[in-house]
Ligand binder design. Sequence first.
Ligand code: AHR
Length: 633
Amino acid sequence: VDISVKATGGNATSPHQYGFLHEDINNSGDGGLYAELIRNRAFQSSSIFNSTLEGWTPVNGAALSLKDLDEPLSKALKTSMNVAVGTSSSKRNGSGQVGFSNDGYWGMDVKIKPYTGSFWVKGEYEGSFTASLRSNLTGEVFGSTEIAAKTSGSEWVEHEFKLTPTKDAPNSNNTFSLTFDAAGVKDGSLDFNLISLFPPTYKGRKNGLRIDLAEAIEGFHPTLLRIPGGNMLEGNNSNAWWDWKNTLGPLKDRPGFSGVWGYQQSNGLGLMEYLWLAEDMDLEIVLGVYNGLSLNGDIVPKDQLRPFVDDALAQIEFVSGDAATTKWGAVRAELGHPAPFKLQYVEVGNEDWLAGGDEGWATFKEYRFPMFLEAINEKYPHITVISSGSVFDGYEIPEPGAGDYHIYGTPDSLVEQFDLFDNVTIPHIIGEAAAVHPNGGLGWDAGLLEYPWWSGTIGEAVSMIGYERNADRIIGAAYAPIVRSLDRWQWAAVMIQFAADPAKTTLSTSWYLWELFAGHLMTHTLPATSAFNPLYYVTGKNEDKGTYLFKGAVFNATTDKVPVSLTFEGLRPGTEAELTILTGPEDPYGFNDPFTGVNVVKTVREKVVSDQEGKFAFSMPDLSIAVLETKAS
Ligand code: AHR
């Protein structure tokens, strides 16, 4: 394939081409990216899930029960755990350490590093508490610390502690326990709530993120973050959407959330935590606001929608309002961030074309999107307001709005969509994208493939190239979902797999693609002369770096190797470039396996120099991906 790239023409490209959606699915938040180690730390409940003692085990004969005390820890955390100091008379008489343990989210990673913990107690007790991390299998204690009690019978008192194990645990089958001397308990029991333990977090943030997962995400150089869903935003019904206000401030003021993926959630990974994440990784945010449609098809009628519009305006003010002159900007400042966060993109709802059926989509078009669009742009004219559907979902999106296109496809369907956006004039995000089904299979009826696989990744590459060719109108594309707990999940194909043991954290084949493409951003595309298929490509330049770029993918070639000859008009012969080629396993269904650690992606990076005619010559095997970037001139 002879590709001759023009020196002029093409278009400027969005700087946020590659990113991800995060919502708490697959325990990707609680028990995942959110670094809290204690499962069910505050016995939270919701309209769907009752409070439980899940995760908690008595130590040394203590009796654990849930209580809704007359004086709860807070309005948000009404239920607490009562710990009665044993049933045997010897313990009543004051011998023995009693208490409780928690086995975390399917284990806990225990290493020699400083853990930070806290718990709230009510009840009279003289003595100290012992917090320890130990093996669930052998009982071996890897680290413990004493915390002097400062309890009271009349109020809740917080206790904080630091705990640094003296030994690394050999595996993640470990528990946290908190014990105290039964003899020191005055009235036979103590009440506990909000028992929390954090390892060191990403960038050292309080209430922060698990380091290895955050770094794995950061490692693919994302520039776009869509939050907080996905279906999570909509909630199961109109009383159970992801209300950002419930996710702010001290943990004791966060009531928890039923989520939509079959598990009670803590609200620990809240709006502020997402904003810190965006700031720490330098991500452009696409902020989802609830628009009056929930997954069960609840639709807020037009004459009752205004409070939801106002709530969205308040949410935007929280993120980007001035701390001195706006109510919600001041709240954000109190929470530690006086400077407004940058906010350029707001999305109204999620997949309204799907959740509410015909009526949901019709009302979205008729009044819900227009009301949000108008109100948001009236107050924030610089914000691009994004519809939760695209022009391909049958919506002529009113200006100056943008669209959102979601694609979970087969490799073939992704390749077929290579030119989907070539003639679309209205800007879009690709708010969710991934290869999830094999070609020729049963699609959604057969479920998703369990891991991203190589030919699926190539399908994604072709579609990403198509988006990048149109990146004057494609604001960016988000892989979804981004992570999955190998212990509890509902959506298999994700970019990063994990378990409690960081050794299981596995970068999928797609991670390698996204890393390569996101690591070589263009600022402008440049037109090139050659047809597509089986090589699909985009060419351009990065004016900030002074480089020229080619990104390509070969899908279904009839020959072993596709020879490529690439010339950039105006570049002198003898120019040096870095060429990276990714190839996969012989089996196009090969995947990166968290259980064997096998990585099927082969990366070859080499220096190439253009010949006397200015040609870079190389060849690409079938099912391969390549990026060539010249050195800065
Ligand atoms: O990414 C998983 C789900 O797929 C999202 O929550 C939803 O928007 C889509 O249907």
